[in-house]
Design a protein around this ligand. Sequence first.
Ligand SMILES: Nc1ncnc2c1ncn2[C@@H]1O[C@H](COP(=O)(O)OP(=O)(O)OP(=O)(O)O)[C@@H](O)[C@H]1O
Ligand SMILES: [Mg+2]
Length: 223
Amino acid sequence: MKKDCILEFENVSKYYGDELVFNNVNLKIKKGEVISIVGKSGSGKSTLLKCINRLESIDNGNIKFKGMDIAKKSLVELRQKIGIVFQDYNLFEHLTVFDNLMIGLIKIKGYSKKDSIHKVLNILKKMDLTDKKDKYPDELSGGQKQRIAIARTLLMEPDIILLDEPTSALDKEMRDSVLELINDLVDEDMTLIVVSHENEFVNKVSDRIFILNKHTLLEKKNG
Ligand SMILES: Nc1ncnc2c1ncn2[C@@H]1O[C@H](COP(=O)(O)OP(=O)(O)OP(=O)(O)O)[C@@H](O)[C@H]1O
Ligand SMILES: [Mg+2]
């Protein structure tokens, strides 16, 4: 493994029961790379992302994060290092924005209350959402919720962020604010794996684009 390879798929196959999702996937991702995965509905894009942080198991091959088989890592650590953001945000509806952001810092990262407050206020400011801190998720727009979901992932200080159609539930105006935020992550050299139908955006930000088709992952060549 090269030193800068952060994530590696080696001959990975995944079935649901008898149904093959993908077969023999090989992929090496370098730190700071932005990879996009495209493909038809049902081709297995979400499943592939879920395998990376063990929301789904694999049936063959292995996935290595910084050279170590992810099956050997603790789930808590793996999911801290590899954050995932879904299309429908997954915020805790009964907690305010502030508490949604605090909870992981205290319970997972183990930061003190004082440090956590500082970090939360900082990221809210950066995202221009300070005035929403005491609101509940159902008082926010879709774009605001998605930005909070991304902020919550960022606070875990992940090495990789997986984005599964982060804008597909949003209308145009809200979409732009989320794409802008993702663009900032690209500029900050975050390693990203993005599943998105936003072709223009995908073409602009991706170092490499892969197509999942007929159970196979293939790199899309430019031109
Ligand atoms: N938990 C599950 N159990 C059984 N089959 C599943 C499960 N999740 C997904 N599938 C099937 O696996 C295949 C891949 O699904 P997946 O959700 O990964 O596709 P996708 O490419 O993300 O599609 P979309 O673009 O619609 O989100 C589909 O045929 C789907 O029906
Ligand atoms: Mg999907």
